[in-house]
Design a protein around this ligand. Structure first.
Ligand SMILES: Cc1cc2nc3c(=O)[nH]c(=O)nc-3n(C[C@H](O)[C@H](O)[C@H](O)COP(=O)(O)OP(=O)(O)OC[C@H]3O[C@@H](n4cnc5c(N)ncnc54)[C@H](O)[C@@H]3O)c2cc1C
Length: 505
C-alpha cells in the first residue's frame, strides 16, 4: 500500500468507468481505476457503435433518454471527430408495413426537433425507385425516410478516455481485478490482483465507483458480500459482419415482423455490419457468443430487405456482448429501459459507494457529469463540468475537418497509400503524426504484420494505449483482425510478447 488515499477508486474500464475517471481527474480529484482485462473488453467493444438518439426508444416513451442522447450527438462528434462521424440512415417502408408511415414521420419529426441538432441534416423522404439507396433492396420498398445519427469506434472511445485520464494524472491500471473492498476507518480499503502476475495490491480511497457493467451485481456480491444484489438485467446482443452488401455510404434501418429492428451498416470500408439481437442472458458475460438461432435470425431479417440474401456462409466475423440494463421489471428484453441509474450509498464519513447501472455509449459523458454531481455531494465539490468543450486525444481538429487532416498527413508523409492515411486519421486523428514520427519512407515504419499494420503502429499502441496482446491491437485499438490471417495474428502475438517496453504513463 502506497499510503496515498485517493479521492476516487473506479472499478471497470468500460466507457462508463473511463468516462467518470476522466471527468473526475480533470476537476482535480485524485483518481485510480482498475480494469480486470483490457479496456473495452466487456460490453463497450460489442455495441452497434451508434451515437444515436434511439428512434426506437420513442415507442417506449423514453423521452428523457432520447433527448439527452440527441443533444450528445454533436457534442461527442466535436469532441472526437476522428472516431465519431455523422451517418445517414435509410428506413425503407411499404404500405401495410410494420408501422404506419404517419407514426414513423411523427417519430422522426420529434427526432429532428427534440434538440441539439445544428450541423446534422434533417430527415427527408426518398423515392427508392430513383435513389441509389433503393438499388440493393427488393423493389417492394418504393419509399424510405432518411435521417441523421452518428457512428463511433466504441473501443477507441474507451481507451482515449483512459489515455486522457492518465495524461491528467489518474492512476490507470488495466489487467487489475478488484477482489475485495471494505469500509475501514471511514475510507475504502481495496484489494486487487494483477491478472497477469497474480500480484496483490492494496489501495485506499474516500469513495468507490462501481462501473463494472455486466459485472456490477457480481462486484456488489463478491467485493461487498451483499449476496442478494440483483439490479441489472443482462440482455445479449449479437452482430454479424459480411462482405460489403452495398456501396452506398448510408446505413439501413430495417423493421422486422417481431417489432424489433436491425441495422445494416457500412463497416471498415469492405464490410457490412448487421445487428443486433435482444435476448435475456444468464451465464457469465465473459463467455457470451452468438448462437445459431441469432445467426439465423439476423440472416433472415436482412434477407427480407436485400435483393441478394444474407447467408450464414457469407459471415466473416461475429461479435456478441451483454447489455447491463437496469432491471425495471419489463416483460420483454427489448422493452427494458436503456436509461441509466446511479445509486449512491453512504455519506462522506461512511466512505460512499456509487453504483452505475445501465447507460449507453452515447450518454457516457452526461452519465459521467451526473456521477460527478453525486460524487461532489458525497465527498465535496471540486472543479466544474468541463468535458462538453474538450477533445479526446487526437480529436483536436474541427468536427468537419477530417478531409483536411487527411490532406495534412498525406503531405507530411507522401510515401503512404491513400487508404493507409485515411485509416490512420480515423484511428488516431492528430496523433497519427506522433505515431509516424520522423519516418521518411515506408521502410522506416518497421516490420509489416499484414494489411497496412506496421511495427510503428503496434509500438505506438503498446507505448501509449496499454496494448499487450494481439487481440488488443487487432480487435479493439483497430479492426485489422478483419484483414490479417491467423498466421499473421500469431506472429503479431509473438512479437508483442517479446517487446519489453510498456506504457509510457
Ligand atoms: C449489442 C449491443 C449494442 C449496443 N449498441 C449501442 C449503440 O449503438 N449505441 C450506444 O450508445 N450504446 C450501445 N450499447 C450500449 C453500450 O455498449 C453499453 O451501455 C456500454 O458499453 C456499457 O459500458 P460499461 O462501462 O457500463 O460496461 P463495460 O464496457 O462492460 O465495462 C465494465 C468493465 O468492468 C470490468 N470489470 C468487471 N468486474 C471487475 C472487477 N472486479 N475489477 C476490475 N474490473 C472489472 C470489466 O472487465 C469491463 O471491462 C450496446 C450494447 C450492446 C450489448
Amino acid at each position: 500500500m502506497s499510503g496515498q488515499v485517493h479521492d476516487l477508486f473506479v472499478i471497470g474500464g468500460g466507457i462508463n468507468g473511463c468516462g467518470i475517471a476522466r471527468d473526475a481527474v480533470g476537476r482535480g480529484y485524485s483518481v485510480a481505476l482498475a480494469e480486470m482485462n483490457d479496456f473495452a473488453s466487456g460490453t463497450s467493444s460489442g455495441a452497434t457503435k451508434l451515437i444515436h438518439g434511439g428512434l426506437r426508444y420513442l415507442e417506449h416513451y423514453e423521452f428523457r433518454l432520447v433527448r439527452e442522447s440527441l443533444m450528445e450527438r454533436e457534442i461527442l462528434w466535436a469532441m472526437a471527430p476522428h472516431i465519431i462521424w455523422p451517418m445517414r440512415f435509410v428506413l425503407p417502408y411499404h404500405k401495410g408495413g410494420i408501422r404506419p408511415a404517419w407514426l414513423i414521420r411523427l417519430g422522426l419529426f420529434l427526432y429532428d426537433h427534440l434538440g441539439g441538432r445544428k450541423l446534422l441534416p434533417p430527415t427527408r423522404v426518398l423515392d427508392m425507385r430513383r435513389d441509389p439507396a433503393g438499388k440493393p433492396l427488393k423493389s417492394l420498398f418504393s419509399k424510405a425516410f432518411e435521417y441523421s445519427d452518428g457512428w463511433v469506434d466504441d473501443a477507441r472511445m474507451v481507451v482515449l478516455n483512459a489515455r486522457d485520464a492518465a495524461d491528467k494524472g489518474a492512476l490507470i491500471m488495466p489487467r487489475t481485478k478488484v477482489v475485495s473492498a471494505r469500509r475501514e476507518n471511514g475510507v475504502w480499503a481495496i484489494e486487487s490482483v494483477d491478472t497477469v502476475t497474480g500480484e496483490t495490491r492494496h489501495f485506499q480511497a474516500r469513495m468507490l465507483v462501481n462501473a463494472a457493467g455486466p459485472w456490477v451485481d457480481h462486484v456488489i456480491r463478491a467485493a461487498f458480500g451483499q449476496n442478494e444484489a440483483r439490479h441489472v438485467r443482462l440482455v445479449q446482443g449479437s452482430h454479424i459482419v459480411v462482405k460489403k452488401k452495398f456501396s452506398d455510404p448510408r446505413a439501413y434501418f430495417f423493421q422486422n415482423p417481431d417489432n424489433r429492428i436491425i441495422f445494416a451498416i457500412p463497416y471498415e470500408q469492405d464490410f457490412t455490419l448487421i445487428g443486433t439481437t435482444d435476448r435475456d442472458y444468464k451465464a457469465d458475460p465473459r463467455d457470451v457468443k452468438i448462437s445459431d438461432e441469432e445467426t439465423t435470425y439476423l440472416c433472415k431479417a436482412a434477407s427480407e430487405y436485400f435483393n441478394e440474401p444474407v447467408r450464414p456462409e457469407d459471415i466473416v466475423w461475429t461479435y456478441s456482448a451483454v447489455r447491463p440494463l437496469f432491471d425495471d421489471g419489463a416483460s420483454k428484453a427489448q422493452e427494458a429501459t436503456r436509461d441509466y441509474v446511479l445509486k449512491l450509498e453512504g455519506e462522506g464519513a461512511q466512505a460512499p459507494l456509487l453504483n452505475v447501472f445501465g447507460g449507453k455509449l452515447t450518454t457516457y459523458r452526461r452519465l459521467s457529469e451526473h456521477a460527478l454531481e453525486k460524487i461532489g455531494a458525497a465527498i465535496g465539490i471540486k472543479g466544474i463540468p468541463w468535458t462538453a468543450k474538450s477533445h479526446l486525444p487526437g480529436g483536436d481538429f474541427p468536427a468537419t475537418g477530417y478531409e483536411a487532416e487527411v490532406r495534412k498527413l498525406k503531405s507530411g508523409y507522401p510515401f503512404l497509400a491513400e487508404t493507409h492515411v485515411r485509416r490512420l486519421v480515423r484511428r488516431y486523428g492528430t496523433k497519427a503524426a506522433v505515431l509516424l514520427g520522423q519516418a521518411r519512407g515506408i521502410e522506416d515504419l518497421g516490420r509489416l504484420f499484414g494489411s497496412d499494420l506496421y511495427e510503428a503502429e503496434v509500438r505506438y499502441l503498446i507505448e501509449h494505449e496499454w496494448a499487450t496482446h494481439a487481440d488488443d491491437v487487432l480487435w479493439r485499438r483497430t479492426k485489422e483482425g478483419l484483414r490479417l490471417t491467423r498466421e499473421q495474428a500469431a506472429m503479431l502475438e509473438e512479437y508483442m510478447a517479446a517487446v519489453p517496453a510498456r506504457i509510457a504513463v
